[in-house]
Design a protein around this ligand. Structure first.
Ligand code: MG
Ligand code: ZN
Length: 223
């Protein structure tokens, strides 16, 4: 049993070192980066589709899309104007720092201001693998139910921003917003939260303003 624990610690240590390398590379090129995490179908790609067209005249945007198979998400990101790279994880249920390093090699870094990494849809292990990105963003959604912070505390505890997507479905689904937000507050007090709908566009502007501010401020401080 002790051996197994040591192996796990070594893997995580190696991942953290590579994540630090990724971060250094992003910093060197003044690229602000986010790690988008969520369960499958919460709306990570839809959020990218709502974000890229709104900001692409201001920033040069690259997207890295992690999936077990297919390039559907990278194709969607490319269709709205991002320089998109697909990572097929070959069955792995999360991205790790090695995979992001390989993706960064395929991106024109000097020509990039904002990097959006779409992690594999999964609420468990993506939270454990640092990639080197600057901020972690969790996309929750109304149909998933209001108990998710209680059931997946690890991911809720570790993120910098929470998006609550599909608020247009609130009239049709029993989702106790108060109960959900209490669970979040318990794990991650004061977490920056954007309730929105990628479908109707409600609330998206607030998210865009936050992100624009981050990219601009990062460019200033990293000069
Ligand atoms: Mg997706
Ligand atoms: Zn995994």
């Amino acid at each position: 049993m002790k051996d197994r624990i040591e192996v796990v610690e070594n893997i995580m240590g190696a991942n953290d070192r590579l994540a630090a390398d990724n971060r250094a590379k992003l910093d060197k090129h003044h690229i602000f980066s986010i790690n988008l995490m969520a369960s499958p179908g919460a709306g990570k790609t839809s959020l990218i589709e709502n974000t890229v067209p709104a900001l692409k005249d201001k920033f040069r945007i690259a997207a890295v899309d992690g999936d077990i198979a297919t390039s559907i998400d990278a194709d969607r990101a490319a269709a709205v104007g991002a320089a998109a790279v697909q990572i097929n994880t070959g069955g792995e249920c999360h991205l790790d720092a090695v995979m992001l390093r390989q993706a960064l090699n395929q991106i024109d870094l000097p020509q990039t201001d904002l990097l959006v990494v779409e992690n594999v849809g999964n609420l468990i292990c993506p939270a454990s693998f640092a990639l080197g990105t600057h901020k972690s963003v969790l996309v929750a959604s109304i149909p998933e139910g209001d108990d998710k912070p209680y059931k997946y505390p690890g991911i809720y505890r570790g993120v910098d921003v929470l998006i609550i997507n599909k608020i247009d479905l609130l009239p049709y689904i029993p989702f106790r917003m108060e109960y959900f937000r209490q669970g979040v507050e318990m794990l991650n007090p004061g977490l920056k939260t954007f309730p929105l709908s990628c479908k109707t566009g409600e609330g998206v502007q607030e998210w865009l303003e936050w992100l624009e501010l981050q990219v601009t401020a990062f460019k200033e401080t990293s000069k």
